[in-house]
Structure formats: structure tokens, C-alpha cells
Design a protein around this ligand. Structure first.
Ligand code: ADE
Length: 248
């Protein structure tokens, strides 16, 4: 069964874009997933196919009209697929969400441009608003591609065994440990001895410590959640002063 994505966008040529390459591109050719981009302008008003207008209450920029956006949404056979609107106002996308989306029949992605989309259509159509990070892109298409990439790699058969490995390491809520390959010495920098030791248990312990250190230093939010989950004392705010030079 094919995992189906439909993008509603003013820039249909942006799809599949980079997802036509590499592993996602091969999976697309194999029919493991599909993406159809539909032009929101097809539902635009009048001879000029207008899709936006000035905001009530004033202010900069233009807002996408609810009648246009709803017509585009209602023209799509959702077939049980979540309707997701990538926006910096959304809840942060997490790997748990990605897993849920990837396990379902696919996604309908509503890509906004301009200042955004009229709020009423988002309410009326039960749109899930999702942010891919605390920064502003010029439109939802790039965020939709990011979201699709994260889902597609989890579709069975898309990646080899690599996927499950990296997935697991994030699903325990910690950042990954650092990786090294040949040469063992490069420009005066040596691979940590323990990785050359052949002691599998010691290597696993070292990697666990590295994961914990990176998470504690870089992502106090994930670290606090990890401590809460594993029943350890959170010990108050995390000190970044412990060894600030350790991580770069
Ligand atoms: N559209 C514009 N910026 C975005 C962001 N950070 N996340 C999701 N969609 C967006």
C-alpha cells in the first residue's frame, strides 16, 4: 500500500523537489510513497484567480482567503489522512508525531504563503498546525518537505537497517553519541582509544555517557524530560558551566 501525500500549494513545482533524490527518490520511483501537488490558485477568485487579501484590523502583508483554501481542501479526498498546516504558530514537530504520521495512510499538507491563512478555515477543517522550529521560513513548502522527509524515511522498505538504528537512539530521548571513522589519526586529532579497544560493553558505556553529556549541555529541555522519564532527580536547573568547552 502506498503512503500518499497531497500538497496544497501556490508553488506545485517545489514538489517533490529534493525528495525526488536519494533514498526518498528511489522509494518514490518504487511506489512506496507518492506525492501530488495541487495548485491553490485553481480555486482562486475571478479572472485573476485571487487567493489572498489584506488583513482585517490592518497590518503588513496579505492573508489567504478562507473560501479559496476551503475549496481546495474539500476538493481533496482526505481518506483518513491528517490535514497538516506547517506554520511557526504550530506545536513543535516531534519524532513521536512523525512516527504517527508515517504509520498512517499519508498526509495532506496545506502550504501557506504571505502572512498566513484566515483562522476560520483552520478551525472549520480541523487543521493540525505544526512548526518545524523557532524561525520563520518564507512559506510552508520547505517545512512540508522537511516533514515529508522525516515520514518517508520511516516507511518500511525505504531505508535499509540504518533507519532503525538512528530512530532508536532518538526515541530514548537522548541526542546521539559522536561518530568516528578512518583514519584513526587525522590532523593531530585521534579517535578516542576506547573505540579501538574492541571492548563492546565499554564502548556501549562510553557512547551512553557521550549521549547524556551532549543532551545535558545542548538540550536541557530533553535532558529534564529524560530525567523525569527515568525517575531520576532533576536536581533543579542544569548547569552549563560544568565544562562548557567540552562540546562544540
Ligand atoms: N512556515 C514558515 N515558517 C515555518 C516554520 N518554522 N515551521 C513550519 N512552517 C513554517
Amino acid at each position: 500500500m502506498t503512503w500518499r501525500a497531497t500538497a496544497l500549494t501556490l508553488f506545485p513545482d517545489m514538489f517533490p523537489g529534493p525528495l525526488g533524490q536519494s533514498l526518498a527518490g528511489r522509494a518514490l520511483e518504487q511506489g512506496l510513497w507518492s506525492v501530488e501537488a495541487r495548485n491553490l490558485r485553481d480555486h482562486g477568485i475571478g479572472r485573476h484567480r485571487v487567493v489572498d487579501d489584506t488583513p482585517f484590523g490592518g497590518g503588513a502583508g496579505m492573508v489567504m482567503r478562507p473560501d479559496v483554501v476551503s475549496a481546495a481542501i474539500r476538493d481533496v479526498g482526505r481518506a483518513g489522512r491528517p490535514l497538516v498546516y506547517p506554520t511557526p504558530r504550530g506545536r513543535p514537530l516531534r519524532q513521536d508525531d512523525v512516527r504517527r504520521y508515517a504509520a498512517g495512510p499519508g498526509l495532506v499538507l496545506l502550504c501557506g504563503r504571505y502572512e498566513g491563512i484566515d483562522e476560520r478555515v483552520l478551525e472549520a477543517e480541523q487543521v493540525e498546525q505544526v512548526s518545524i522550529g523557532d524561525y520563520i521560513l518564507s512559506g510552508g513548502e520547505m517545512a512540508a518537505l522537511v516533514l515529508l522527509d522525516s515520514c518517508v524515511r520511516l516507511i518500511p522498505g525505504v531505508m535499509g537497517s540504518e533507519a532503525s538504528g538512528t530512530e532508536e537512539s532518538f526515541s530514548d530521548g537522548l541526542l546521539e553519541y559522536p561518530h568516528y571513522t578512518k583514519p584513526a589519526s587525522w590532523e593531530g586529532r585521534d579517535v578516542p582509544d576506547i573505540l579501538l579497544s574492541g571492548h563492546h560493553a565499554a564502548i556501549a558505556g562510553w557512547r551512553q555517557t557521550e549521549s547524556e553529556t551532549a543532551t545535558r549541555m545542548r538540550r536541557p529541555d530533553l535532558w529534564a524530560a529524560h530525567l523525569a522519564r527515568t525517575g531520576q532527580d532533576t536536581g533543579g536547573p542544569v548547569s552549563l558551566a560544568a565544562d562548557p568547552e567540552r562540546l562544540h
